[in-house]
Design a protein around this ligand. Structure first.
Ligand SMILES: C[S@@+](CC[C@H](N)C(=O)[O-])C[C@H]1O[C@@H](n2cnc3c(N)ncnc32)[C@H](O)[C@@H]1O
Length: 282
């Protein structure tokens, strides 16, 4: 009997002291070529997480019936559908309501005192950032009737979740109970946002490096938090310059705390309460 409890439960690769090698017909140099193409198109530079990302590519390839990275790469170039589902598998959309609340407060105050009508959340992931701004305004002032918040992202699963507007307990855990009770309805375990808020928001598939990105329009404020972690410094500068190009004169930019280590060009720093943001100066 006891021998059952003592049985070795480790998998074969754990017993041999490491993960299983990448399958033989999956040539890692092809995976690196694919990652280079992804970096050029989306700014996502996975070189520091190369081993783990190659492993993700392998899992994606096997699950989707590809026999090599080369086959996957060819389909990636050929099929928008494959490209989007691979990008969905690679991009991390970790986000939650009232993340860095100081910044939400500051943008709400900016919207209120400058009668702003257009805000961009780039990237919005599953929509918590967009709805957080609306919830905060609703709770602490009112939502200006002409306000519209556009959320963009390259992860289509996240965008679909944003449209749906239903969230886990974990995602809403920073919200006051009063907000959870009055601004959401329960659907099973999920909290679904009242459709009153959806009226002020739209979610669009857009890569910040797309040529057409600048055609999105002009915004009073841009929120860009926690997207640039995988960008090189050069791509971060390019991203900031693109975000600046969609700001109205005097418009403001909010960045995540760990996003850039340089002072963005063409902006002046604004210190407001416990937060800092950037105002476009020319
Ligand atoms: C961690 S989420 C950030 C969500 C939210 N802004 C926040 O701070 O909670 C990062 C998002 O950036 C998106 N992303 C990465 N590269 C992008 C690009 N080139 N254009 C648009 N979105 C991008 C990913 O798909 C992912 O959903």
């Amino acid at each position: 009997m006891l021998s059952w409890f003592k049985r070795d439960k480790t998998g074969p690769h754990e017993r041999s002291g490491g993960p299983a090698p990448i399958r033989q017909n999956f040539d890692v140099s092809d995976a690196k070529e694919l990652l280079k193409e992804i970096k050029g198109e989306y700014g996502l530079d996975y070189r520091r997480q190369e081993a783990i990302t190659v492993r993700k590519l392998e899992r994606f390839a096997i699950k989707n019936g590809f026999n090599s990275f080369r086959e996957l790469f060819a389909k990636y170039r050929d099929s928008e559908r494959t490209k989007r589902s691979l990008i969905n598998a690679l991009t991390v959309g970790e986000t939650y309501f009232y993340r860095e609340l100081d910044q939400i407060e500051a943008v709400a105050e900016h919207i209120r005192s400058n009668r702003c009508s257009s805000i961009l959340s780039a990237p919005c992931s599953s929509g918590e950032e967009v709805y957080s701004i609306l919830l905060y305004l609703h709770e602490n002032a009112s939502i200006p009737p002409s306000l519209h918040i556009t959320g963009i992202d390259i992860n289509t699963d996240s965008l679909a979740a944003a449209e749906r507007g239903c969230y886990s307990q974990r995602s809403v855990s920073q919200l006051p109970d009063s907000v959870k009770e009055s601004c959401f309805f329960r659907s099973g375990e999920e909290y679904c946002i009242d459709r009153l808020f959806k009226r002020y928001a739209s979610f669009v598939y857009k890569n910040i490096f797309d040529r057409e990105f600048t055609l999105l329009g002009k915004f009073d404020a841009v929120f860009s938090r926690n997207m640039m972690i995988y960008f090189t410094d050069e791509q971060k500068r390019e991203a900031v310059s693109r975000l600046r190009s969609v700001l109205k004169p005097g418009g403001v930019l909010f960045l995540g705390h760990a996003d850039v280590s340089f002072t963005p060009e063409g902006f002046e720093k604004v210190h407001k309460g416990r937060t800092t943001y950037y105002r476009a100066i020319y």
